[in-house]
Design a protein around this ligand. Structure first.
Ligand SMILES: [Zn+2]
Length: 279
């Protein structure tokens, strides 16, 4: 048996070298039981418990499904909502702003979303927004309205990484399903309006998330990375109070469309996103 295994490993070194690593993107607006804006304050103790509980359930599910490593990014409001005191002992926590590649250049096996909300202007999307509810009215990728779900999936896809799982409200789940139909989804609440929801209990949400996460690991390799072919335009329409500054026209790769709208052109999503993020 040992000889057989050794021969097998010699024959295909990639098979044993390839660890299954998951990058988990987290946010607060899509967590079960979170339906009011005041609950999204990073210092809100109840929200922190609800979010951490969902994250840890997902980590349990990924590990049970065969993942070797789960890296959790604290993605909500300035990366100040999670703590290494309460995160799953076997997870690792990323604190801080991610660079333009969103860490995807580190070569994860898959990306997952926990606590995810839908893009701006989604009917029935609880606290729906695209990156900033106060600062950004709409964001368009190649002319199509997008939010975090599609931008992150496209960035992952650029690096050959599939998006395999999402938990959040029904609208967020539908949004990922539209671009990655085989992704595993855990719907923890349903939006009736922006601040009105019907939510699962925290234990029921955690159970649904644990199971979806566990199932999703087996789909690594089967789910194709979501690739947005280049060239790519990224158009950002800011809110009126956040209209473009005086020097906006001098930004590289940028075209001013009106007082609050700017468009970046890149050969791919990475370049367009980098131009947008550069200040
Ligand atoms: Zn958030």
């Amino acid at each position: 048996m040992r000889l057989f295994l050794s021969l097998l490993l010699l024959a295909c070194p990639a098979a044993w070298a390839q660890k299954k690593t998951i990058l988990m993107i987290t946010d607060a607006e899509g967590v079960g039981g979170v339906c009011r804006q005041d609950q999204t304050d990073p210092k809100d103790q109840e929200m922190r418990q609800l979010l951490t509980g969902e994250i840890n359930a997902a980590v349990e599910g990924f590990l049970a499904g065969g993942a070797d490593e789960v890296v959790v990014w604290d993605g909500h409001d300035g990366s100040q909502t999670l703590s290494t005191l309460t995160i799953h002992p076997r997870a690792r926590l990323v604190i801080g702003v991610l660079g333009p590649s969103m860490l995807m250049d580190r070569g994860f096996s898959a990306v997952a979303y926990i606590g995810q909300h839908s893009k701006a202007n989604t009917r029935g999307g609880i606290m729906a927004h695209s990156y900033s509810s106060l600062g950004i009215q709409n964001m368009l990728l190649n002319g199509k309205p997008v939010g975090e779900i599609e931008v992150i999936a496209a960035m992952a896809g650029h690096f050959g990484i599939p998006a395999i799982m999402l938990s959040g409200d029904r609208a967020a789940a539908d949004e990922l399903h539209a671009i990655v139909p085989a992704a595993e989804l855990a719907v923890v609440k349903e939006g009736l309006a922006r601040y009105t929801c019907i939510s699962l209990s925290a234990p029921a949400a955690r159970d649904a998330i644990r199971e979806a996460a566990r199932r999703s690991v087996a789909k690594i390799g089967a789910i194709k990375p979501y690739v947005v072919p280049g060239p790519v335009t990224l158009q950002v329409e800011y809110t009126t109070r956040n209209s473009l500054p005086i020097d906006a026209g001098s930004r590289a790769g940028a075209e001013i469309l009106d007082d609050r709208t700017i468009r970046f052109r890149g050969k791919d999503i990475l370049e367009a996103w980098r131009l947008y993020r550069e200040r």
